[in-house]
Design a protein around this ligand. Structure first.
Ligand code: ZN
Length: 241
C-alpha cells in the first residue's frame, strides 16, 4: 500500500542551464529521485520546483506531504520566506524533511539548525568513502560497513551545524578531509535528515547505495502518530496533598 506521500522539491536551475546536467538527469534531479522512490510499494511521489507558483509547495501540497525532499544550490535566496515558514510549521507538526547535498545552505535547513551551516568544499573528481557509524539505525538498513562514490565533490569539516541527534554516516575523502554526511535531527514532531552526496555534475542519484539511503530515510522520516503535546498551565493528574 502506498502510504507515504513524498514531495521531491528541486530548484531545477542547473538542469535548465547546463547540457551536462541535463544529460545526467534528463527528467531533472527531482525526476530521477521521484522515479526510484516510486518503485517502492509503500511510497507515492510527486515533484515540485522553484519556478512553479508558490514553488509548487501550496498549503494543500504540504498538508498532504509526509516527507519533503529538498535539493537546491544556486537559487536559495529566491525561495520565498513565506514558503519557508510554511515548511517550517509543517516540520514542527510532524512532516519529515530530507535535505540533500547543497541544500545545506537552504533557508529551511538554516532555520531548522539555527547555525550558518557553512563548510569546506572542492570539486576535483575525488573518491568519497561513507562509513556507517550507526549500524543499527534504520537509515543504514541493507548497507555494508561502508560504501564509496567514485567521483564526488568534497565537503569538509568543520560543518557548522548543531551536534546531530543521531549521526549515521561519516565521509572520508581522497584529499584527506572528513565530514558528518548523514545527520538526523528531531524538531517538534518532525524528523530531519541531512544527506551529503548529490552534486549535479555526477551521476550520484543513479547509484544504488545512495538510492537505498534516501529510500530508508523516507521511511525513517515519515510521520509517527504519536501524542499531540499539551502546553501551558495544567491541572494536576493526582490529588496533591
Ligand atoms: Zn555540489
Amino acid at each position: 500500500m502506498k502510504n507515504i506521500n513524498v514531495t521531491v522539491w528541486n530548484e531545477n536551475r542547473h538542469e535548465k542551464q547546463s547540457e551536462e546536467v541535463r544529460e545526467l538527469y534528463p527528467k531533472g534531479i527531482h525526476g530521477a529521485i521521484a522515479d526510484f522512490l516510486m518503485k517502492n510499494v509503500d511510497i507515492e511521489t510527486t515533484t515540485a520546483t522553484l519556478d512553479e507558483p508558490e514553488h509548487g509547495l501550496t498549503e494543500d501540497v504540504l498538508n498532504t506531504t509526509d516527507v519533503l525532499i529538498w535539493w537546491g544550490h544556486v537559487a536559495h535566496d529566491e525561495v520565498d520566506d513565506l514558503i519557508v515558514d510554511r515548511i517550517y510549521g509543517r516540520v514542527l507538526e510532524g512532516m519529515g524533511l530530507i535535505v540533500l547535498h547543497s541544500g545545506h545552505f537552504s533557508k529551511i535547513f538554516k532555520k531548522l539548525m539555527g547555525t550558518t551551516c557553512n563548510l569546506k568544499w572542492r570539486v576535483v573528481d575525488e573518491k568519497e568513502r561513507l562509513w556507517v557509524v550507526e549500524p543499527g539505525h534504520p537509515i543504514a538498513q541493507g548497507l555494508g560497513e561502508y560504501f564509496e562514490i567514485p567521483k564526488a565533490e568534497m565537503y569538509g569539516e568543520r560543518f557548522d551545524i548543531p551536534a546531530p541527534d543521531e549521526l549515521v554516516f561519516i565521509s572520508w575523502f581522497e584529499g584527506g578531509e572528513v565530514f558528518r554526511s548523514g545527520c538526523c535531527y528531531y524538531r517538534g514532531k518532525g524528523r530531519v535528515f541531512y544527506f551529503r552526496p548529490g552534486h549535479e555534475t555526477y551521476p550520484i542519484f543513479h547509484q544504488a547505495e545512495v538510492q537505498r539511503v534516501i529510500t530508508n530515510a523516507v521511511r525513517w522520516a515519515a510521520p509517527v502518530s504519536g501524542p499531540t503535546p499539551q502546553f501551558g498551565n495544567v491541572a494536576p493528574l493526582e490529588d496533591i496533598k
